[in-house]
Design a protein around this ligand. Structure first.
Ligand SMILES: Nc1nc2c(ncn2[C@@H]2O[C@H](COP(=O)(O)OP(=O)(O)OP(=O)(O)O)[C@@H](O)[C@H]2O)c(=O)[nH]1
Ligand SMILES: [Mg+2]
Length: 444
């Protein structure tokens, strides 16, 4: 039921803080507030803050001194009547006030329910709603910026021209089909539509390429450090993480399990995996470790191949270079401190001198910063719908090239349009919405 009144603690319930906020939304909000709030005001106006006490209606006792933010429908986050009770931040007090609201007939909100109402009441589109959760989850500056960009409805602004163009093509075709006898309508021909479709596909590809960048910023890059034993892979991991996470010894074959850690560089977050040195061995434990290394290598988005600069490159190095040839890789020469000549990507992991590598990685991902400067699709749901739209439009392109009559491409055009609408949540299924909003916190 959409119209019942929901309540939740919107601030953290894990630890006490200076204040807590209890949020309530729905048609009964002011009736419930009246029962619990003693305040000198005669009535509550929207966009006002009221000072007073929460009173236990059972015995009239004061529960807490509070400030109440008042929002009147439709001018609120959810679009409904809504209040935010700012109470003292003790967990006991917060729960007590929540309990009083529940006792007066409000229902405990489930995850994301406030934002779901905001979406269903047309206060925001689905990409904005998703951005609300993204900003709460953001753990670094770039992620927060990505989310803030989408929060203001930029994605809709970016998609609307594309939706208009598809609609334009559909309308033109339909006019021709429905009123072929009208001279003044003008016959639209396949030749006229072709460039429109091409142009549309180009724009779509641009959007998808920025989306790829935004996913790199948001999700980080699965980065695997490989090399033969003893070249300094674990030393490199430790230096990148600024932490002694992996065991380092002069004994070849030290690392057997995968050791993982995250590091935020200027342009990208790396999910690092240090692996067992890859080489021929009869040792059973090492063999299992090497198998894991190879598996990690298969799933890597970036491979750092470490070569020991103080030794001649041997057959094992060559084999590894060959095995990683097709991957997105960086080859670094470690133990630079032991050799005289300056190597292009020379580093000294154990000495903490890895600037060459860090600069190279930042350079590789610099182009992805584009996603911070313009509107971007920011999750798999949005991107897969965009890809589906592109696929439909590409079918239109192929059909036109094959000379298939215009009325037969209509369905693919409609599908492209529908996909874009679905990104914004304008076509939605209830289970899809449940899936999206259940990832939110309670109270948001
Ligand atoms: N001189 C010098 N020694 C280094 C450097 N990096 C690592 N080492 C030394 O090389 C040895 C092996 O280092 P590790 O980091 O354990 O090498 P690894 O590649 O993880 O080795 P495995 O886990 O056995 O595959 C250790 O004695 C390190 O101190 C470096 O930049 N310069
Ligand atoms: Mg190691």
């Amino acid at each position: 039921m959409l119209n019942d009144t929901i309540v939740a603690v919107s601030t953290s319930m894990i630890a006490s803080g200076a204040i807590s906020i209890i949020r309530m939304s729905g048609s009964d909000t002011f009736r419930i507030l009246d029962r619990l709030f003693s305040c000198s005001a005669k009535e509550y106006e929207g966009y006002h803050i009221y000072y007073g006490f929460i009173i236990d209606p059972e015995d009239g006792s004061k529960v807490d001194e509070v400030l109440v933010n008042v929002f009147r429908a439709p001018h609120s986050y959810t679009g409904e009547d809504m209040v935010e009770i700012n109470c003292h931040g003790g967990l006991f007090i917060t729960r007590r006030i929540l309990a009083l609201c529940l006792a007066e007939g409000a229902r405990q909100a489930i995850n994301g329910e406030f934002t779901k109402r905001a979406f269903l009441n047309g206060k925001m589109d689905l990409t904005q709603a998703e951005a609300v959760n993204d900003i709460i989850q953001a753990d670094n500056k770039d992620n927060a910026r990505l989310a803030v960009n989408s929060l203001s409805g930029n994605v809709k602004k970016m998609l609307e021209p594309l939706m208009d163009e598809v609609m334009q093509i559909i309308a033109n075709i339909e006019v021709n089909i429905d009123y072929p006898e009208y001279d003044d309508v003008g016959i639209i021909t396949t030749e006229e539509i072709k460039p429109m479709v091409h142009d549309w596909l180009d724009k779509c590809s641009d959007i998808l390429s920025v989306a790829e960048s935004s996913m790199i910023i948001k999700e980080g890059i699965k980065t695997v450090i490989v090399g033969k034993p003893n070249v300094g892979k674990s030393s490199l991991l430790n230096t990148l993480l600024s932490e002694n996470k992996a065991i380092v010894t002069e004994i070849a074959g030290t690392t057997r399990d995968l050791v993982e850690g995250d590091v935020h560089l200027k342009n990208v977050t790396l999910h690092l995996i240090d692996t067992a040195g890859i080489h021929e061995t009869d040792n059973r434990i090492e063999q299992i470790g090497i198998e894991k290394s190879r598996q990690a290598l298969n799933e890597a988005q970036l491979v750092i191949v470490v070569i020991d600069a103080s030794r001649e490159i041997d057959e094992e190095d060559r084999q590894l270079l060959k095995d990683t040839e097709g991957t997105n890789r960086i080859v670094v020469y470690n133990k630079q401190d032991l050799v005289d000549e300056d190597l292009p990507l020379g580093i000294s992991a154990s000495e903490g001198n890895i600037d060459n590598l860090i600069n190279k990685i930042n350079e590789m991902f610099e182009k992805d910063q584009i996603a911070l400067r313009q509107p971007a699709l920011t999750n798999e749901r949005q991107i897969s719908l965009m890809k589906e739209a592109r696929k439909s439009m590409d079918t239109v392109r192929i059909s036109l090239e094959q000379g298939i009559p215009l009325d037969l491409v209509n369905e693919d055009l409609q599908n492209a349009y529908r996909c874009l609408k679905e990104i914004l949540g304008e076509y939605h299924r209830e289970d899809l919405l449940d899936g999206i909003f259940s990832r939110f916190c309670v109270g948001k």
